[in-house]
Design a protein. Sequence first.
Length: 303
Amino acid sequence: MRRHLIVLALAAGATGAGFTAHWFVSDEPKREGVVAGATESAGRSPAGRATVAGATTRPFDAARLRRAVRAYIEKRPGKAGVMATDLRTGLSFGENEKGEFVSASVMKVDILASLVLQRQRARRGLGLSDGERDLASSMIRVSDNSAADSLYSKAGHGSGVTKSNKRLGLVETTPFSTSWGSSTTSPADQVRLLRDLVSDTSPIGASGRQYILGLMGSVVEEQAWGVSAAALPGEKVALKNGWTPVRHQGTGWTVNSIGRITGRDHDFLVAVCSGDNPTMGAGVTTVEHVAGMVVSTLRASRP
């Protein structure tokens, strides 16, 4: 999947120090839309990534979409769940959205959100040191695990993040005591967390929200897969993916993707989680196709 970058300058706290956020912008060619219920058998198909520009909208049929998503997941190895909402139209859809999944590296967004929330209560602005910002950049942009270990410790490990999550409204996320990647979460909770990053009523201040979304909008190109498959050309994407083989909490691979897709007429918050995939590639295929099916249907629907 090809991506190019544009630059958006964002303020980073009350100190006046700035940083540059690179928002991923979809550079995919426009493709024919996907009829709800379309499936793929294997490989990373582009199916579901875009609806036809200017297509006539129709009333949202959640039942039809649910049947289509279930039919696709049932034919795939492993399990999956999805939650998506369009902040512009108010349409939302979930399938197995409360299911429990190993978080893997999507937990890194929760770690950073928790640390920012903790620090803003004691200090002005973002409240992170230069060294902590460097760690946060590595943790989100390149998914550096050592950086995550350090920031998880600074956030109070599992107990500290649990306390922060209560303020953030997360009800289905269980941070593991020391190993953040073994935490569990749900697609619904991940969309709640994304809402905390975009809402003016969030307990996270504006500078913190902009900072976290800026990092999610500048992940390295090789990690710009997942929910970004549902973006149309020119739309901005901020995301975080997670992937890991599991042994004690299931089998195969956990592959998750959460993110925001912003365009002229839509503002999607999307979370797709999957588990028990035989390979990472199989999980990526499932996550991308489910994201495409759901977002393309919401895009072509009206309340």
